[in-house]
Ligand binder design. Structure first.
Ligand code: EPZ
Length: 419
């Protein structure tokens, strides 16, 4: 397994470009299952999860290729099964459920397990699809769903604004007979991107980005070309990198319109962030001040930036409280940061971070994608050498991270455990 070797204490300076969004690309690629035609995608990031999604589309029978940021999903007959061996490596494979039911009227998808950050149930996905006429049973760890007469439009409300649940229901509703009204839906920008893609394919979706989405079903969706939106979490991670290293980064291709909560918190902590030259210029001219963070569904502060902001609090003066409201176990990075000298006390879903201490380099281990990204940030800020192990977690969601950080002055390299 690979690790990252980082020598910290170097202020990062220069331009860094954000890639396409993992959390937009995954549902938008899966949505091709519902499309009767060839689909061409641009700005597709080079990520482990993208390669897994492409493998799944090929297993389903849709010949799919990726090269230099472009993907193409050919038309063709499809199977209905997403196998366990693939789903166990990427929970988001469950996003093929809605489009398969819409297009094939049947789906067999391995029930996704939990992961490091929580149980990650999919009950809301199934309830929404049942409202549209699907029937499910659980067979040998697989969700088997059928809707022999096709899906029907329905009016329902989610128990909580689930991103994946909204995406599965949205893709299914496009081909349902009649109108579907979904309430208490997630409002994430990635859902807006998915809706825009589906409308480009001929769907009739309104309300995306608000709490109520209305879909008028159509007979079929047509192939098209579409560019994936930039990744707001990768962008936020780079802004924090500028802050914790005391450098200055021009973050290009930055979806700043979708990042108000993150930018607001970084400015509250004393960072200077200005719109410039088609990006955000970020620096921390004075010592950082601690702030309190409480994760919320969009447009609130995103849970996917919680671990990264915790590193910034470690480097700031004063104490800050971090409240994680979305996932039940998203503090796996805390013990690793404590090994680097951080002072963090966890009490249930809250963590009190006392800053004002210099982090020290140490061998640490990534447990999940964003915890891994946080440990890279801590290594960049720390004195001495940090070895981040199990970086395959980070490769899931950061496109050429070592190259991008090295290009702005970071002393970071990928080493193989055998080295
Ligand atoms: C998406 O996960 C993202 N993944 C996550 O990003 C992100 O953290 C999360 O949304 C929240 O923003 C992708 O888009 C591929 P949810 P998802 O359904 O859809 C509960 C990353 O680092 N829930 O919005 O799985 C659930 O347990 C990843 O890029 C149910 O109870 O998240 C959680 O507490 C990590 N039943 C809350 O809702 C359900 O049926 C939010 O989950 C579904 C969800």
């Amino acid at each position: 397994m690979d690790s990252f070797l980082i020598r910290g204490g170097i202020p990062l300076k220069g331009e860094i470009t954000v890639s396409g969004s993992k959390n937009a690309a995954l549902p938008i690629l899966m949505a091709s299952i519902a499309v009767d035609g060839e689909v061409h995608y641009g700005n597709v990031p080079d990520l482990r999860d993208i390669r897994t999604t492409i493998r799944l589309l090929n297993i389903l029978g849709r010949q799919t290729t990726w090269k230099d940021g472009h993907a193409c999903v050919c038309n063709g007959e499809m199977g209905i099964e997403a196998p366990y061996d693939l789903v166990k490596t990427m929970r988001a494979s469950v996003l093929c459920l809605g489009p398969l039911l819409a297009r094939k009227r049947e789906a067999r998808v391995s029930l996704p397990g939990g992961c490091a950050i929580g149980a990650r149930p999919v009950d809301q996905h199934l309830l929404a699809l049942e409202e549209m006429g699907a029937h499910f049973d659980l067979q040998n760890g697989y969700i088997h769903g059928v809707c022999p007469d096709g899906l029907k439009g329905a009016h329902f409300s989610f128990a909580m604004p689930t991103v994946g649940g909204t995406e599965n229901a949205l893709m299914a509703a496009c081909l349902a007979q009649g109108e579907t009204v979904m309430e208490n839906v997630a409002r994430e920008p990635e859902i807006v991107d998915l809706a825009n893609f589906l409308n480009r394919c001929g769907a009739h979706i309104e309300g995306q980005g608000s709490s109520v989405i209305t879909v008028r079903g159509v007979e079929r969706l047509y192939g098209c070309s579409y560019d994936i939106m930039p990744d707001r979490i990768e962008a936020g991670t780079f802004l924090v990198a500028a802050g914790v290293t005391g450098g200055e980064l021009l973050v290009k291709n930055c979806p700043s319109g979708d990042m108000a909560a993150v930018i607001g918190k970084l400015r509250e902590a004393g960072m200077v962030i200005e719109e410039q030259q088609g990006g955000l210029l970020a620096s921390a001219p004075s010592p950082l001040k601690s702030v309190d963070i409480s994760t919320q569904p969009h447009p609130g502060f995103p849970t996917d930036m919680q671990a990264q902001l915790m590193v910034l609090l470690c480097c700031a003066e004063g104490s800050g409280m971090v409240k994680e409201n979305i996932f039940e176990n998203r503090f796996m990075h805390v013990q690793e940061l404590v090994r680097m000298g951080a002072d963090i006390q966890v009490n249930g879903s809250s963590a009190l971070v006392r800053g004002g201490r210099k982090l020290e380099g140490a061998p640490v281990m990534a447990s999940d994608l964003r915890a891994g990204a946080a440990l890279v940030l801590a290594g960049l800020a720390a004195e001495g050498e940090t070895k981040v192990q199990r970086v395959y977690h980070i490769d899931r969601g950061y496109d050429h991270l070592v190259d991008k950080l090295s290009a702005v002055g970071a002393d970071i390299r990928r080493v193989n455990e055998q080295d």
